[in-house]
Design a protein around this ligand. Structure first.
Ligand code: GDP
Ligand code: MN
Length: 390
């Protein structure tokens, strides 16, 4: 689960990490009031969306008077912000964060995330922080360094110094950086984060370290331990299809292709996507309808996959281990009738009561293409999707 920047900065403050003064606002008037409270003569207005790349998309504005601040807030609020990370419809801006402007000497990149290969938390840093970090990672990966934290020992002072030296910090900044890195590590562990990214961490002209941006993801499987974090969820920032799926205990992730998949079991769903890809097709989604798939859930699953306008054909791949294939077949027939499916549907059912299931599909009178096995299913659905495009 993603946190908004303003929520992440609240959390950082609680761990003693220096962040600029600021507060969130839902209207231009509120934004002006926040700035008046802060005082000073330079403010930053920042669109609150669950995506980075705001700076390059007009979602971060430096302003020097209250009229400009009001105008910046009015431009952002109530619209969708499209950034490199959002997809073409963007994400709704319902709040802006207003903070005191900072004098930037240098922008540093600092993040913590889990290195799954090593099974350790990695602390990643670069002296080339800021809005082009993706470019840096791509073109000059040597400018990015990382240390791996031993789970029992925790982040060690020598590791902090190694990072600080690589960042060309010196003098009292070394100790400051160590305190900062240790605080971030504690925050990461205690809140079951999966990503904590400060980009940029700035060195101010006065020589202080300040977290100018903050991105925190919390491991959704650990949210039951953190009701106060779970309450920060902003469902309006989430993909509406993925949300509807999770409300129905369906595991759905939308993708870029045109072949919708409906599969029971995450492993089989992955294998199905691989096969589609192998035979030259592109999956439109990952969808695991789960072991206890009922006719009703199959119907909801159909609605969800058809809400994606890119879909040209559907592949249903069910292995009846716990579920019975005939129940699924009934669900498919019901759903195809009630949703009024106009796209080609290829079905591969195997396992318990597979023969009964095939009979149900054949007797339904619907244009459902049966498949013999997984390869046959993949080939058929790809051919049908191509025809639909032609
Ligand atoms: P992102 O583009 O979504 O990652 O948004 P950030 O919060 O990282 O802001 C983007 C960029 O805006 C930063 O890299 C800075 O260069 C600039 N920026 C943000 N806040 C300030 C500020 O207080 N003063 C100055 N001078 N620049 C800022
Ligand atoms: Mn940033």
């Amino acid at each position: 689960m993603n946190l908004h920047e303003y929520q992440a900065k609240d959390l950082l403050r609680r761990y003693g990490v220096a962040v600029p003064q600021g507060a969130v606002a839902a209207t231009p008037q509120e934004a002006v009031a926040v700035a008046q409270n802060l005082g000073g003569a330079l403010w930053v207005v920042k669109a609150q969306v669950h995506a980075g790349g705001r700076g390059k998309a007009g979602g971060v504005q430096l302003v020097r008077n209250l009229a400009a601040l009001r105008a910046a807030a009015a431009r952002m609020l109530g619209r969708n912000l499209v950034t490199q990370q959002t997809g073409s419809t963007g994400l709704p801006v319902e709040r802006v964060y207003v903070e005191s402007g900072s004098d930037i000497e240098r922008e540093i990149y600092l993040s913590l995330t889990l290195n799954r290969e090593r099974g350790r938390i990695a602390v990643i840093a670069s002296s080339a922080g800021g809005m082009d970090i993706e470019e840096v990672a791509h073109q000059t990966p040597e400018k990015i360094i990382a240390v791996a934290v031993h789970p029992a020992a925790g982040l060690q002072p020598y590791q902090c110094r190694e990072l600080a030296f690589a960042l060309q910090l010196a003098g009292k900044q070394l100790g400051e950086f160590q305190d900062l890195a240790m605080a971030l590590y504690r925050l990461y562990i205690e809140n079951d984060a999966s990503l904590l990214e400060i980009n940029p961490l700035i060195l101010t002209r006065a020589g202080a370290l300040l977290a100018l941006d903050a991105k925190i993801n919390i491991d959704a499987n650990a949210l039951f331990r953190h009701p106060e974090l779970a309450a920060l969820r902003d469902a309006n920032q989430e993909d509406p299809l993925e949300r509807r799926a999770s409300e129905n205990e369906l595991n759905y992730v939308s993708l870029d292709g045109d072949i919708a998949c409906m599969v029971n079991g995450a492993g089989l769903a992955m294998a199905t996507m691989d096969l589609i890809q192998l035979h030259g097709g592109r999956p439109a989604n990952f969808l695991d309808v789960g072991g206890g798939a009922t006719a009703e859930r199959v119907a909801v699953a159909f609605e969800i996959i058809f809400s994606n306008p890119k879909v040209r054909a559907v592949l249903i791949n069910i292995f009846g281990g716990i579920v019975r294939c005939d129940i699924i077949a009934q669900g498919v027939v019901q759903a195809v009738k009630s949703v009024g499916v106009k796209l080609p549907v290829v079905v591969r059912l195997e396992g318990t009561n597979a023969a009964e299931a095939r009979a149900i599909l054949a007797a339904s009178g619907l244009a459902i293409t049966p498949a013999e096995d997984l390869t046959d299913a993949a080939r058929k659905v790809i051919a049908l999707a191509k025809q639909a495009h032609a």
